[in-house]
Write a protein that binds this ligand. Sequence first.
Ligand SMILES: [Zn+2]
Length: 81
Amino acid sequence: MLKRVDKFGRITIPRDVRHELEIGENEPMDMIILENNGYKQILLKHYDSRCAVCGCKENLDTFNDIVLCKDCIGQIKKELN
Ligand SMILES: [Zn+2]
């Protein structure tokens, strides 16, 4: 599958590929650069949404792109007061 990068650095993921991989609109994706024998590749995968503090996967929210659960946000707010 040949895709070209546009003038803004974007590549469109075709609809059928998004559907097959269950990639929804505005879904956070993780872009990882892999290097093997000097050959670089980009791996695009579902972002593993977990709380950055406790690692749980429920009641998540984001603060400045940091994923936190509501319990940890509550704890942090208590510590700051
Ligand atoms: Zn947490």
